[in-house]
Design a protein around this ligand. Sequence first.
Ligand code: SF4
Ligand code: SF4
Ligand code: FES
Length: 246
Amino acid sequence: MNSNAKTLTVTVDRFDGDTHYQTTHEVPTRDNQTVLDVVTWIQQHDDPTLAYRFACRVGMCGSCAMNVNGEPKWSCRTHVSKVVSGDASLSIAPLRNMPVLRDLSVDMSEFFDKWTQAVGYFVPTKTKDDPLSEITSDDRARAKANQSIECINCGICYSACDVVAANDAYLGPAALNRAWTLMNDERDGARQTRLDAVSGDAGCHNCHSQHGCSTYCPNLLAPASSIAGLKRQTLMNLLPWGPSDD
Ligand code: SF4
Ligand code: SF4
Ligand code: FES
């Protein structure tokens, strides 16, 4: 950071659909500045062609993730002061493991397709005519499901995963984390189908359990632990007395 001129040198990886290149910008610094503030300043004051994605600015929507100094981060909740020290500059790039559409915007289609492949959606066992299920605050089963439920679909864990980088069929930490959440949801009616989906060639057994996903999850979820749960459940299912909930 250039403290005299109070500007920060920012390098951005760019892609225009044909060519990859970099641009460098001198961005005025200010207190409590986030990486998303920096990117927005560049787009508004230096280069209106810069493409990036955001919506809520408060860590809810999961759309603003990008690589910041080589690590995947939610840019709206990442303060510049936490990732830049001294005269260091800031480098910004799109997330890994997803095709770049333009500049910092990646194509998340495959990421979301994998949620579907992992049966990462709720399958109800009741209809709208049934009475509402009562869930009490001390419900232990619900507490287990809640442990991994607060995923905002940001793709950060997916971007951090070396197995996804090496094997693009691998379902990845976010889809598997969602699958585990639903496996623990007593109201769901597709647990056996889901277990079959996540234990195939592209599924949970590819995970090497080194927790890169959990290290970077901005919502402090632990997808690697969820995947370990799926692995255990798969093995349990091979036993004659194993679970079958469909
Ligand atoms: S623990 Fe598994 S899912 Fe998480 S980053 Fe490593 S290989 Fe990927
Ligand atoms: S598990 Fe965490 S890092 Fe992965 S998509 Fe969900 S919120 Fe993002
Ligand atoms: S803009 Fe919504 S999470 Fe960052």
